[in-house]
Design a protein around this ligand. Structure first.
Ligand code: MOS
Length: 764
């Protein structure tokens, strides 16, 4: 085994470079745009309504769609009467399984390359019903109102089969090993149960988290048309190329014939990949011979688009008196649909956060007759950290050790279950910063010791984490003009995170240009690269692609520079970009501007796409974002109402590229964490498998009044293994939040809560 550094060098050499590709050799000579809190470039377009969203595109002769959803969980359609709907004003057609064109199943998300499908069911090919809410008819009309009205006139009867829609019954019938990327979601190291039994101190608890829905502000919508056998789609998606590939498979087309555009997305959180409304809209358009807009209603999203799966988890930790963990057990069961594979990977935090002598981590799944689930912000980590970090707090009290101290006593030197070295791990520093900012020293460990009128006040903390990833396939085109302007084109996504802003900062630094001289286009399959805005890895993916293209650009420019240039004869590795031109790394005064090089070559501009750099760093290193989350709650002693009154989150996410946009990401995550802790629950009727609260009036998410001032701070320590030194910031904010709130509630009230959401009946 090497020392870790050697391993990484191996990875870099595999990418065909002797020089570290992430390092900008002239960085020390330039002022950096990266790290500055620039506002989002699309801010003005967004607030003035100029930014186009999927349901705002228009086509000549467009029709509007509405869906009819099944009201039973399992069986088949016995009769479907569409006559009244077809006769209603403005109706163009009604599509059911009787007249839908042939469609293949979608490739399943995460199970194949560029696969976006939420389930493996071929849409509307027979009368079989697989979930309560499944689309059974599509009505197309001249206006949305006409479609919505006609939809109410479709009469469907069902031959109902017995369905499994109750968790306890499902678990009793059958569970199976959950898999992820073909590997069991299981880690067994030594005999954790024996060590737990022998431990002088232990905690052993069960936790439950319910289903959740993503609830992006922008409803799922698609506006599409067919032309000459090609499909043109305006969608709201996290993966344009995934969508194109999946729609191509569904309709038996070459991927080049499917064009997906998604320039702006109003939130996604994992919910915006392919669901049945996409192929159904395309199929209805094919039947009608007209363009279609299908915008799901909020209820339609709940019926059609999967959310986060429910979990039932056990966390058991054995410890010695000094706090050392002898056993760490995190097991449990996730309920998923019958036609997908995404078991919520709640053991993710336990895999990596703590050293222990023995581990038993295991995810089982049980299948029910219901809509397929999917990933939602920080899949696994959001709900897994609730259970694990609640148990740590409980054990700390058992041991009489401060919960931060207990965590620090079990800091691992290497990744405890993979054995890989950490690329960077600054959780201890995050806790030091957070404890100071939050005033942790004012906490008393005795519950119920602070009361202000009716309000019991408590403080809690928890760790969060989210793994770093960089999916392969990202490639960016850089077009550099003689005027010293650069344009970056990449099929990535702007979902409100500030992607274009941050990458303009990065590209400006890399190219040695002012940030105003760099423009970026994303969100269209006509652009290069396969990128997905998911798993908090888009920033690293785009960053790596820009670096690859910048290096390629240097080589091309050197080739053009030729003999007349002071740079003649230099190798690309000896040259970097600075002040609008190329310069020798070891003698930066030896330089030539882009304009001189391009004009001498008789070119107005040059365009390059670098080969994607091998994305292997996360196989050689254990790479994660970390957070130390602190929370103050006030629980009303009379009503049981919980208010979060203060939060501090300190994040170790590598280098912070833009503290303003990154801050918004983690604040949004923490707010979603308040929702997870205090209010969010997709109510699922276990009798009939129907979601009972498919609206924002009944599914509660935090509003402004529920959100306190949120204090965010950064460790801001670059990770040398990651492009730009940066880790993702999309998912980390929600992790640890629910546990910090639960632990604060315990500190306030003396009541341990094992089930989210922590609604007031649990606190009376
Ligand atoms: Mo995230 S759940 O990968 O959008």
């Amino acid at each position: 085994m090497g020392d870790g550094k050697g391993d990484a060098r191996g990875v870099r050499e595999a990418a065909g470079r002797t020089q570290d590709p992430w390092v900008d050799p002239l960085a020390h000579l330039k002022s950096s745009h990266v790290g500055r809190p620039l506002p989002r470039r699309d801010g003005l377009e967004k607030v003035t309504g100029a930014a186009p969203f999927a349901a705002e595109f228009r086509y000549e002769g467009m029709t509007y769609a509405a869906l009819v959803h099944s009201t039973v969980a399992r069986g088949r359609i016995a009769s479907i009467d569409t006559a009244a709907a077809e006769a209603a004003p403005g109706v163009v057609l009604v599509m059911t399984h009787r007249n839908a064109p042939p469609m293949n199943p979608s490739p399943l998300f995460m199970m194949e390359r560029q696969a976006a499908g939420g389930d493996t069911l071929a849409p509307m090919q027979d009368g079989e019903i697989h979930w309560n809410g499944q689309p059974v008819a599509v009505v197309l009309a001249e206006t949305q109102e006409q479609a919505d009205h006609a939809r109410s006139l479709v009469r469907v009867t069902y031959d109902v089969d017995p369905a499994c829609t109750a968790f306890v019954e499902s678990v009793a019938t059958e569970t199976e090993q959950a898999m992820m990327f073909g590997r069991p979601q299981q880690v067994m190291i030594a005999d954790a149960e024996a060590d737990l039994a022998a431990a002088p101190f232990r905690v052993d608890r069960r936790y439950r988290t319910p289903r959740h829905n993503h609830n992006a502000i922008e409803l799922h919508a698609v506006t599409l048309r067919w032309q000459d056998g090609e499909l043109f789609v305006h969608d709201s998606t996290q993966g344009v190329s995934y969508m194109a590939n999946s729609l191509a498979r569904i309709f038996g087309l070459d991927i080049a014939k499917v064009h997906v555009s998604s320039p702006f997305v109003g939130g996604a959180f994992g919910g915006k990949f392919l669901w049945q409304h996409h192929p159904l809209a395309a199929a209805a358009s094919l039947l009608a011979g007209r363009p279609v807009r299908l915008a799901l209603s909020r209820e339609g999203v709940y019926r059609t688009v999967g959310g986060r799966a429910m979990t039932e988890q056990r966390v058991a930790i054995g410890a010695r008196a000094d706090g050392h963990f002898t056993a760490l057990i995190h097991t449990g069961t996730v309920a998923i649909g019958r036609h997908n594979q995404l078991a919520e990977p709640f053991i993710a935090p336990a895999r990596t956060h703590y050293a222990a002598d023995a581990f038993a981590l295991d995810v089982r799944l049980t299948r029910m007759d219901m809509l397929a689930n999917t990933f939602m912000r920080a899949p696994g980590e959001a709900v897994g950290s609730f259970a694990l970090e609640s148990a740590i707090d409980e054990l700390a009290e058992e041991l009489g050790i401060d919960p931060i101290d207990l965590r620090m006593r079990n800091e691992p030197e290497r990744d405890p279950t993979s054995g890989l070295p950490f690329s960077t791990r600054n959780l201890a520093q995050a806790y030091r910063i957070g404890a100071e900012r939050f005033g942790w020293r004012h906490r008393t460990s005795v519950p119920r010791s602070r009361r202000e009128g009716e309000w019991l006040v408590g403080l809690g903390c928890a760790s969060g984490g989210y793994h770093y990833a960089r999916m392969p396939g990202a490639a960016a085109r850089i077009t550099l003009s003689a005027q010293g302007r650069a344009h970056i084109a990449i099929a990535a996504h702007e979902m409100g995170m500030g992607t274009a802003t941050v990458q303009a900062q990065h590209a400006a630094d890399r190219l040695g240009l002012p940030v105003e001289a760099v423009t970026i286009t994303v969100g269209d399959t006509s652009l290069p690269g396969v990128v997905v805005a998911g798993a908090s890895q888009q920033t690293a993916a785009i960053g790596g692609a820009i670096i690859a293209s910048q290096q390629h650009l240097v080589a091309e420019l050197l080739g053009l520079a030729g003999n007349g240039s002071p740079l003649a004869g230099l190798d690309a590795r000896e040259v970097g970009c600075i002040d609008g031109g190329l310069a020798r790394i070891d003698a930066p005064d030896c330089r030539e501007s882009y304009r001189t090089i391009l004009e001498r070559a008789g070119l107005d501009e040059i365009s390059v796409i670098g080969e994607p750099l091998a994305a292997e760093e996360a196989f050689a290193w254990s790479m994660h974002s970390y957070s130390a989350m602190f929370c103050e709650v006030r629980v009303n002693a009379v009503t049981g109402e919980t208010r979060v009154s203060r939060m501090t989150g300190v994040f170790d996410c590598g280098r912070v590229l833009n503290p303003r946009t990154a801050g918004s990401q983690v604040r949004g995550g923490m707010i979603m964490g308040i929702g997870l802790a205090l209010m969010e629950e997709t109510l699922f009727d276990e009798r009939g498998g129907r979601i009972m609260n498919p609206s924002l009036s009944e599914y509660h998410i935090p509003t402004l009044a529920d959100v306190p001032a949120i204090d965010v701070a950064w460790v801001d320590e670059p990770d040398p293994q990651a492009p730009m030194g940066a880790h993702g910031v999309g998912e980390i904010g929600i992790t640890g939040t629910a546990a910090a709130i639960a632990n604060a509630i315990y500190n306030a009230t003396g009541r341990r809560l094992y089930q989210t959401p922590f609604t007031l009946e649990h606190l009376l």
